[in-house]
Design a protein around this ligand. Structure first.
Ligand SMILES: Nc1ncnc2c1ncn2[C@@H]1O[C@H](COP(=O)(O)OP(=O)(O)OP(=O)(O)O)[C@@H](O)[C@H]1O
Length: 975
């Protein structure tokens, strides 16, 4: 059994003394071939191991070396001495003293990978003990020769892998094995046998003629001789030079070959053309069949040509190899360079103190941040910060845990621990600020001033929860901002409308990816002080949470008992929120969760009456809008009549947001008008002229345009044309906006500079619709004098108070037909209230007029407009009774009467809510007499004088009093 040691025909270096004699034989110095080979030697660097290199063996076999020397060299190679292993594939050249030409019967050694070329070493493994014994025997008999033959590929496909070929070859014997061997092989000298390892040296070409013995396979052979050739043949010379020059080219790029060539040129004495061909083929990486072809070729020229083909291919490969190596080297060296430079830069920066490494820089940053607050910062927080900083140092900078810790420290150190803004305890100054920002709202302002006064006396202020409730646009949010200004606290606002995730308030746990602290921690970081004013908007619209209850979380946040140690899930250290002043806003107090409401100080802002709105519009909204639009006060005049019309016909709601929008609309239009005027004037001459109100601005422009042409004597027609065009544009804009020419005045005052000329736009009742469109509200009042069966009631909505009419008519009359039909989107409570009213009205009528069977015999229809608006509540009870009685008695109620109050079955009048809103609504509808339950007297008394002014208000306990007021003009009423 054979196992080949090296896969390609690799040549091991063997320690062997150099033959200076070798150079004496062979190519003569001075011949061209010699010169080329000498040049080739020039590529070879001097090698200190040179004298220990191995050589080719001399084909003639008449060299001076004994087999024992060769054996020693082979043994060394097999043992793998370091200097020799370095050039495993170098060639070997061994002189021999035997007479191989006498060997005609040899043991056949199959070579699975490559043929053995004459002059080359090849170590193989012989696994077949019989063959090994025969080889050992023949060596002992001083005939240490065998035939080495390449194995043919099975089916010549060459697809079988090396190990498969070996396996199948091991099983073959005799003829079968013979048929698998190439007929041409090499006579190999057995130089050493160690265990199953046999080192062969190729000597001469053989051809198998017949089989002599089957096991081990022994064959009879012919010795092949190269065909005679002419040494001076030009073609042979040229081909061999080409082989040499190609080898030289390969040498330039491939260090692998250097050793081969070095060895070869050292043995230049043995040089001849056939040997050159063998050498080229043997050291090329060509496949075994191509090598076998070279081996079988006896025509020297052809052999050289075949070899040339192989070395050329080798050169191409080596070029590719070189470019690959170069590319990789460039890449690696580029990266290395970059890395090195970066490291150097870091080191330099560190040395200069410009930068420390990431972790140190981070730690320093956090320490620096906490340093100023260190004495004010609670010890437990300092401890956590220290622990986290230590942890940060231990963590790998690229780990996710590092990022989590860094973010956590970022939050923890960014909070204003113990950092409070200096509070303002100056009551007078605070009042000034509050008055500056808002008109009226005396309740709220008073409460804030009380708060400041307490703070001043105590020397410190305690966090409180104030809840501002009221319809939209009454200034709840803006007063919150103003309170913060008055108290000199930082302001932070967040809305909790629809909030359903507790994490928004309490933060996420740090374990979640993308975890964030809650709103309150964000607020503290944002404002940078621990005592801000936090406005929590829309607390009545707090969502119902699916995971956790936001209301309870809000409770923990707001409750002064609990929030001194508020625990955010993310921060995980208690925060003191007791110094924070919370102001909440709500539209409907009833919607606020009870435990929260319980802890709040509710201040209701009911809405504004016309008079208040006038003040707000004039002194606040107009001013801010004017500034926002960049208009000077002298450029515009909005008359009182226009404002009143705006409030009464366009903005009837309780708040002033809509009023603000309308004023903005007016001012925007004025701004456009002014800019257009200026634009057209730039085309014409600015001239000092006071234009009469009846003269249009367009004409003024045209006049001035004309003057310009005259004065400057510019006969440019185009200029005039442009002025004309400008005038036309202006005319059209006047038509749109100015409406009547008398109402929009343009005044041009002669100031020092022409640019300071002022035009005044006036807005009054007559041209208001040009700015804000047609009136939205015509009249809330449906009837001038309410007919029989109709009574004005008063209602409260989240948008403020409003008047509503209760209308009752007779559907049909007939004995026993008494019934009541209700319409107007009434809720259950209101329906019940209507039933009570029906019953009570019947009882009262019976009492007042026992013969009147109206209710018993009439089918009635009670309706509450507007039908599209859902209504509910018991406070229209007394209005319904009055409406029913009015119809029954066919008597209209007193003119300009409005009433509200819940009625019991016995006729008692119970209190209602929203007195202020209802009073304001009654005034808006021009009601002169109002009836309230007497229990609401206190509420009414608290109203400011301007709201109560000019109203005839009656407080009643019993329905009979209302009856008197409505039908008998109030003889017995209590005012
Ligand atoms: N009394 C007032 N004096 C001056 N300006 C006022 C007054 N009341 C309201 N405003 C102005 O009206 C506008 C609307 O007010 P704001 O937004 O505070 O209303 P709100 O009550 O918070 O409404 P919502 O309930 O819809 O949030 C603000 O520009 C505010 O300045």
């Amino acid at each position: 059994m054979l196992k080949v040691l090296s896969h390609s025909c690799q040549f091991h270096n063997f320690a062997f003394p150099f033959h200076s004699t070798a150079i004496r034989h062979g190519a003569e110095p001075g011949t061209p071939l010699f010169r080329v080979l000498s040049q080739l030697r020039g590529f070879i660097r001097p090698n200190p191991n040179f004298y220990r290199r191995a050589f080719f063996c001399s084909e003639s076999g008449d060299g001076p070396e004994s087999p024992s020397v060769v054996e020693a060299a082979a043994a060394k190679a097999i043992e793998g001495e370091p200097d020799e292993a370095e050039s495993k594939s170098s060639a070997a050249m061994v002189p021999a003293v035997f007479k191989p030409e006498e060997c005609f019967t040899v043991l056949a050694l199959p070579l699975p990978h490559r043929p053995l070329f004459p002059g080359f070493y090849m170590p193989i493994y012989v696994k077949d003990p019989k063959l090994l014994a025969a080889l050992t025997e023949s060596r002992k008999r001083q005939a240490p020769y065998a035939g080495a033959f390449l194995i043919k590929d099975e089916s010549d496909a060459g697809s079988a892998s090396g190990s498969e070929t070996e396996k199948s070859i091991y099983d073959l014997k005799g003829k079968k094995l013979l048929s698998r061997l190439h007929k041409v092989g090499t006579l190999a000298q057995i130089t050493s046998i160690q265990g199953d390892q046999v080192v062969l040296i190729g000597h001469r070409r053989l051809r198998i003629t017949e089989m002599v013995e089957e096991d081990p396979l022994t064959v009879r052979v012919d010795h092949l001789k190269d065909q005679p050739y002419d040494k001076d043949d030009d073609v042979i010379k040229a081909t061999s030079f080409e082989v040499i020059s190609t080898l030289r080219d390969v040498l330039k790029t491939s260090s692998l070959w250097r050793d081969h060539v070095q060895t070869y040129t050292q043995h230049i004495g043995d040089f001849n053309y056939p040997r050159l061909a063998d050498f080229g083929a043997a050291i090329s990486g060509a496949n075994k069949l191509q090598c076998q072809q070279v081996l079988e070729e006896l025509d020297v020229l052809k052999r050289l040509q075949l070899t040339l083909e192989l070395v050329k291919k080798e050169m191409e490969i080596s070029k590719i190899q070189e470019s690959i190596a170069k590319a990789i080297e460039e890449k690696i060296s580029g990266e290395q360079r970059r890395y090195l430079l970066n490291e150097q830069l870091k080191a330099i920066k560190k040395e200069l103190g410009l930068e420390t490494d990431d972790k140190t820089a981070l730690t320093a940053k956090f320490r620096e941040r906490i340093e100023p607050h260190k004495d004010k910062c609670p010890p437990h927080v300092l401890q956590v910060i220290e622990e986290e900083l230590t942890k940060l140092q231990l963590l790998e900078a690229s780990s996710s845990e590092f990022n989590v810790t860094r973010n956590y420290l970022d939050w923890l150190t960014a909070l204003p621990w113990g950092n409070y803004s200096d509070e303002n305890f100056d009551v007078i100054g605070a009042q000034k600020i509050l008055d500056e920002d808002h008109y009226g709202l005396s309740d709220v302002k008073e409460r804030i001033l009380e708060f400041i006064a307490v703070g001043k006396l105590r020397g410190t202020s305690q966090g409180k929860i104030i809840c501002l409730s009221g319809p939209p646009g009454v200034g709840k949010t803006s007063i919150g901002r103003s309170i913060a200004r008055a108290l000199n606290r930082k302001f932070y606002r967040f809305s909790v409308g629809g909030l359903s995730d507790v994490a928004e308030i309490k933060g996420h746990r740090r374990t979640y990816i993308g975890a964030m602290p809650g709103k309150m921690v964000q607020c503290l970081k944002n404002v940078g002080t621990a005592n801000p004013l936090v406005l929590i908007d829309e607390i009545d619209k707090l969502g119902r949470g699916h995971a956790g209850d936001p209301a309870s979380a809000m409770l923990e946040l707001l409750d002064p008992e609990q929030n001194a140690n508020f625990l955010d899930h993310y921060l995980d250290v208690p925060i003191d929120l007791s110094k924070v002043l919370f102001v909440c806003t709500a539209n409907v107090v009833e919607m606020i969760p009870n435990p929260l409401l319980d802890r709040m100080e509710v201040i209701a802002i009911a809405g504004y009456i016309t008079d208040e709105k006038m003040h707000i519009a004039r002194d606040y909204l107009e001013k801010t809008t004017r500034e926002a639009c960049g208009i000077k006060p002298e450029q515009v005049e909005v008359t009182d009549a226009a404002l009143l019309a705006l409030i009464e016909n366009y903005c009837r709601e309780a708040g002033v947001r809509n009023l603000q929008k309308q004023i903005e609309k007016i001012y925007r239009k004025i701004a456009l008008q002014l800019v257009r005027q200026n634009a057209s004037k730039e085309l014409s001459t600015p001239v000092a002229a006071v234009v009469d109100s009846s003269v249009s601005k367009a004409n003024a422009s045209i006049d001035s345009g004309g003057t310009l042409v005259e004065e400057t004597e510019m006969s440019l027609e185009t200029e005039t044309a442009r002025a004309d065009q400008g005038a036309e544009e202006l005319q059209s804009s006047d038509d749109q906006i100015g409406g009547s020419k008398d109402t929009t005045k343009v005044e041009t005052t002669d100031d020092t500079e022409a640019s300071k000329r002022v035009e005044k736009v006036s807005v009054d009742e007559s041209n208001l619709s040009v700015y804000v469109g047609k009136p939205v509200f015509h009249a809330e009042r449906l009837y001038d004098q309410t007919p029989v069966g109709v009574v004005m009631g008063l209602a409260w909505t989240a948008m403020g108070g409003s008047t509503l009419y209760i209308e009752t008519t007779l559907v049909e009359a007939g004995e026993g037909k008494g019934a009541l039909h209700l319409t107007g989107q009434l809720g259950d409570v209101m329906k019940e209230s209507a039933q009570i009213a029906h019953t009570l009205a019947r009882a009262i009528l019976l009492e007042k007029d026992p013969d009147n069977k109206f209710f018993a015999d009439s089918k009635l229809h009670l309706h509450v407009p507007a039908g599209a608006t859902p209504k509910d509540g018991p406070s229209a009870g007394c209005t319904m009774i009055t409406s029913l009685l009015s119809l029954a008695m066919k008597k209209p109620v007193k003119k300009d009467l409005a009433m509200t109050g819940e009625v019991t079955l016995t006729g008692k009048i119970l209190p209602i809510g929203g007195v202020k809103e209802k009073t304001i609504a009654a005034r808006r509808s021009d009601a002169k007499t109002i009836i309230f339950p007497s229990a609401n007297r206190r509420d009414f008394d608290e109203l400011s004088a301007n709201v109560k002014e000019g109203l005839d208000v009656h407080f009643v306990e019993d329905y009979n009093q209302i009856y008197d007021l409505a039908f008998n003009d109030g003889e017995n009423s209590d005012k």
